[in-house]
Design a protein around this ligand. Structure first.
Ligand code: SF4
Length: 237
């Protein structure tokens, strides 16, 4: 872990078919029934259709300044799904989530629990387009983008979701609770177990909280092991 520049913070503690549908629907003019129809349609798309739909999406104002949509990356049958809040500048440039320094730290966090980007891990965000000046996504933006995330989850069928940061956690859990209240507990999103931890970009600024993120990862790892045993009791020693 020293090579990753994470010591002493990561030291283990004792004890824890492409669509051609026109998606130029702007939120301000969209009625509830149009939103419902759009949501229902998205929930039936396959991977290629979903990717194409996101690529051509103008359902919220975030489409106006984006360079690229940032759909998500990784194993499309992963047990682990990591969800952040939205793309930053670098992600917007290249169309992949969690690149740059925060991405490197996320990769280190994955490695700390023997995981690797692209292998049994999928990474995406609440919104697929970059909010200007890296502000938090607005409620209506997250709401318009939610069907894409829900469809990704339905297609991936992850065993465990990790919400990265307050914005992702509050959106997924529909709560205003602080991240300190949400950490350390097993939640559920659409029937999938969910654990909350800090966003890697926050950890880059708040080194002292890396030890808490490590606790969250240990909790997540133990939860995944317990889920595996529940699914297959013969794994128990
Ligand atoms: S953030 Fe989501 S809903 Fe908004 S334009 Fe991008 S893909 Fe569409």
């Amino acid at each position: 872990m020293r090579e990753l520049g994470l010591t002493p913070f990561w030291r283990k503690k004792q004890g824890r078919t492409p669509t051609t549908v026109d998606t130029k629907i702007h939120d301000s003019n969209e009625s509830d029934s149009q939103h419902l129809d759009r949501t229902k349609r998205i929930l039936h798309l396959d991977w290629p259709q979903l990717k194409a739909e996101v690529e051509n999406c103008h359902a919220c104002p975030l489409s106006q300044a984006r360079l690229h949509t940032v759909f998500g990356v990784g194993d499309e049958q992963a047990d682990w799904l990591f969800i952040g809040e939205g793309p930053g500048a670098r992600e917007d440039e290249i169309g992949e989530p969690f690149v740059g320094q925060a991405g490197k730290l996320l990769d280190s966090m994955l490695a700390a629990v023997q995981l690797k980007r692209g292998s049994n891990v999928y990474i995406t965000n609440i919104v697929k387009c970059r909010p200007p000046n890296n502000r938090n996504p607005e409620c209506n933006e997250a709401e318009q983008c939610r069907p894409y995330l829900e469809r990704q989850i339905a297609l991936i069928k992850p065993k465990l979701i990790i919400a990265l940061g307050k914005v992702a956690a509050q959106n997924l859990l529909t709560t205003n609770d602080s991240i300190s209240n949400l950490r350390g507990r097993l939640h559920s999103y659409l029937g999938t177990p969910l654990i909350v931890t800090y966003h890697p970009a926050y950890l880059l600024r708040s080194l002292m909280d890396k030890s808490k993120a490590w606790e969250d990862l240990c909790f997540a790892k133990a939860t995944m092991e317990s889920l595996a045993i529940t699914a297959n009791p013969s794994l128990k020693i």
